[in-house]
Write a protein that binds this ligand. Sequence first.
Ligand code: TRP
Length: 329
Amino acid sequence: MQKPIIFSGMQATGIFHLGNWLGATRNWARLSSDYDCLYCVVDLHTLTVRQDPKALRQSARNVLAWYIALGLDPTANILYYQSHVPAHAELAWILNCYTYVGELNRMTQFKEKSAKNEENINAGLFTYPVLQAADILLYRTHLVPVGDDQRQHLELTRDVAQRFNQAYGDIFVVPEAYIPPMGARIMALQNPERKMSKSDDNQANCVFLSDEPDVIIKKFKRAVTDSDNQIRNSPDKPGISNLLTIYSCVTNRTMEETCAEFKHTGYGDFKVKVGEAVLEALRPHRNEFERLIKDTAYLDGVIADGARKAQALAVPTLIKVKEAVGLPI
Ligand code: TRP
């Protein structure tokens, strides 16, 4: 029996943060026994914002090395660059012809990104969700682990898949969002009402996995708490609750255990302890990243292997699509 397929992607910006790790990749690493998983570095999507060529190439490699360093075994998962599998761009073109401008106009991410980037509202930014749909549909993906910010893109993917299937028969699998059984939502340290994000204007909100140890501790020391000096997990204490979540995740404790441990601790000590626990848990992964990024031959091998495996899965779907719409094969 074939296992269900999971697909997810990250842009080639190469800056992993605590939210990506605890909320995403840490869960992904547990999935390979029950699912066939593809994790793509979506470098074509990254071109929608102007990039320095050298930095882009390095960032794409960093993302791949972080994937592995954070526990995604390249022999158990398919790790690859989107641009190495031309079927993504080809299917995206075809799907462009089955997606309405009205639908794309409604995408909140497009509105946000064009507001931020007024001097470069390019067509790629507009059709970004169609390329994302192609990524997902090419592999007959069943489940897509995505955060809330990507739900609208996944809905569009489902709509396009259904529209296409209605016209041509059962070509695509209509994918669903995958919500991990123990997903952690990590919030911004200075503004715990918002999700931790690398594009946050306030750098103190976001802990990057490659931040220097003293910077990481400093960011935790400065994390927003509240004024009553009680360590409890509760919706009216978003800052404290976020720190408790982070600590529980990195030490593999339950929330109850963590709360009991800090019952009599002051906020200052608590914040330092959380920072130290994060550093401690990160250390082996950081070391592994440093080792991998220098091992050019190994990484090149993983990249070539991933592209080959992804290509082999993508091409049959693309051929079916071409057949369906009447393109010569
Ligand atoms: N748009 C996603 C993001 O910014 C990245 C992405 C591209 C993606 N293609 C995908 C995520 C396919 C899941 C599935 O996070």
